[in-house]
Ligand binder design. Structure first.
Ligand SMILES: NC(=O)c1ccc[n+]([C@@H]2O[C@H](COP(=O)([O-])OP(=O)(O)OC[C@H]3O[C@@H](n4cnc5c(N)ncnc54)[C@H](OP(=O)(O)O)[C@@H]3O)[C@@H](O)[C@H]2O)c1
Length: 193
């Protein structure tokens, strides 16, 4: 698939490194006019928004109706300027993004995985779980398949409102990794019988 990744930072590059070998085409969109957000989001069949949560509104202004009808993957962790959780309980970053892009198919994914593991979907030999939430079944299935292409085991977490649970999971991962000293070589895996 043609996948436009908006944001060429840790996450953008890590996801590209996992998706390209699986045969997907990647084009980045960033602040560089030679790789503009507008061009990338016109070209992409799927968009991945890999920018800080505080930049989403700005990015949405550049993406606009180019996202209409497309799966748009929201990887953000909802950190405010003080690195506290910015939103939750009765809504989520992903649901607010859906309001900003009403004709796009917003899917929450990858926010519960450190960038270091996003290119492989594994920690050592252990497959990590990709928790995926979204309202559009077909778009969610497509995104789950992308996570599988990278190496993750995808799990359907239900509607986009499940981002209210996934976003705190992302915050917990950050806390474990950076505040409680476990480092970034950690990840979530759902065990099933
Ligand atoms: N790092 C992780 O382990 C991890 C894990 C899960 C989820 N996340 C989430 O993933 C997102 C990206 O994280 P990251 O670690 O990749 O951050 P990062 O390394 O700081 O990269 C962010 C990228 O977004 C670009 N950007 C910022 N504002 C933009 C705008 N208005 N228009 C276009 N591009 C813009 C930045 O460009 P400039 O450098 O030019 O500003 C940079 O290339 C965040 O929401 C984060 O919470 C991160």
């Amino acid at each position: 698939m043609k996948i436009a990744i908006i944001g060429k930072g840790n996450v953008g590059k890590a996801l590209a490194s996992g998706l390209e070998p699986a045969g997907h085409e990647i084009r980045f969109g960033d602040k560089n006019p030679q790789e503009s957000v507008e061009d990338a989001s016109t070209w992409g069949e799927i968009l991945i928004l890999a920018v800080p949560y505080t930049q989403l509104r700005d990015v949405v202004e550049h993406v606009g109706e180019r996202a209409d009808g497309k799966a748009v993957i929201d990887v953000t962790n909802v950190l405010d300027a003080n690195r506290n959780m910015a939103i939750g309980f009765t809504t989520s970053g992903a649901e607010e993004l859906q309001k900003m892009l009403p004709r796009a198919k917003i899917i929450k994914a990858f926010n519960t995985v450190f960038a270091e593991q996003q290119g492989k979907g594994k920690l050592g030999e252990e497959r990590l779980t990709a928790f995926v939430a979204g309202d559009d079944k077909e778009a969610k299935e497509t995104v789950m398949n992308l996570t599988k292409d990278i190496g993750f085991e995808p799990i359907d977490c239900g509607p986009l409102s499940a981002a209210r649970y996934l976003e705190p999971m992302g915050m917990q991962l950050i806390s474990l990794g950076y505040e409680l000293g476990l480092g970034s070589k950690i990840g979530y895996r759902l065990i099933r019988d």
